[in-house]
Write a protein of this length. Structure first.
Length: 319
């Protein structure tokens, strides 16, 4: 999928299957060559990520693979690296590998890495997320995310976030959830700008709505679980007036209409913000106190269109 000549600019999110085949140094090279340094001839997306390189450890020189871009004025997309803390893609001497390994050993009770990717030693419930196929956001990435959302609050931007691993317990099983999902939900809940989070990883479609913050959590079906004769993709359109995301699912993918309240109106109405609990695996209903959606006056004619599959999002802008 990494290539120079594209009809539509591709924006990649790191997943576990990439890290089964490439280390983070190789992924950093690919992201640099085909994404961070890529310029689209017809539209400037303002792709930006923290460029400070990590220390070289055992020949591993990599940098953060989380980033932001702007598909349209007043709209920010953020791609998270849900394997920032992980046993995948790092040398075993790397501090982030060691941090992840210590966490997995704590919950599994052993250091057999081949068995860290199962839930055999994990009781049913939240602890089943501590598997090698999942990961966590680092403190640095959490701070970056918080700062980006604070800036978007000030700019009254609409923010859509995407990552490979699920964030809301109501949208997927515990075995497909980010290790420190609660930290991310807390950060989301402290800001007015986030309207949705899109992910894959679980191989089964899922959906949840945080009634306190009004944030939608959408999980896409896995292409690998789809018959060759069936389609498995969706087109997501973002409309500013009234505020809504329309998911047009094809084949096994679900179709959804996801209303949202614009950030400026959330502030005026004092919308209650909260991190989702969802500990029982159920979704939470409701958008705003009156259930209404709002127009965003700054973008009266703008539609952002994204085609989404398990590990890829394609974005084009129509104005």
């Amino acid at each position: 999928m990494f290539r120079n000549e594209q009809i539509i600019t591709l924006f990649h999110t790191l997943g576990n299957h990439e890290l089964y085949n490439f280390d983070r140094a190789a992924m950093s090279y690919l992201f640099d060559k085909y994404l961070f340094e890529h310029s689209h001839s017809e539209h400037s997306f303002g792709v930006n990520n923290p460029k400070a390189a990590l220390s070289t450890i055992d020949g591993d020189t990599s940098h953060p693979l989380y980033y932001k871009f702007y598909p349209a004025e007043g709209v920010k997309f953020i791609s998270l690296d849900t394997y920032d803390i992980s046993v995948l893609g790092y040398a075993e001497s790397h501090p982030k590998f060691q941090l992840a390994a210590a966490l997995l050993e704590q919950y599994h009770g052993h250091r057999d890495q081949d068995l860290w990717d199962t839930d055999q030693a994990l009781p049913p419930g939240p602890n089943r997320r501590f598997q090698a196929s999942n990961g966590a956001l680092s403190e640095e990435q959490l701070a970056w995310l918080d700062a980006e959302l604070a800036d978007s609050d000030l700019q009254q931007e609409i923010v859509v976030v995407f990552g490979h691993v699920g964030l809301h317990p109501g949208s997927c099983g515990w075995d497909s959830l980010l290790w420190n999902y609660e930290r991310v939900l807390e950060i989301f809940g402290n800001h007015q700008c986030v309207v949705a989070y899109f992910s894959g990883h679980a191989h089964n479609a899922g959906y949840a709505l945080d009634g306190g913050s009004g944030i939608h959590y959408v999980v896409y079906h896995g292409v690998i679980e789809t018959a060759p004769t069936e389609d498995c993709f969706a087109t997501v359109s973002l409309f500013a007036d009234p505020g809504r995301l329309v998911v047009d699912g094809r084949g096994v993918e679900q179709s959804l209409t996801l209303p949202f309240t614009a950030p400026d109106k959330r502030r005026k109405e004092g919308l209650k913000l909260s991190s989702a609990d969802g500990g029982d695996g159920s979704s939470v209903d409701g958008v705003g106190e009156d259930g209404s959606s709002a127009a965003l006056e700054e973008l009266p004619e703008t539609t952002v269109v994204a085609t989404v599959v398990q590990c890829m999002m394609e974005v084009e802008v129509e104005v």
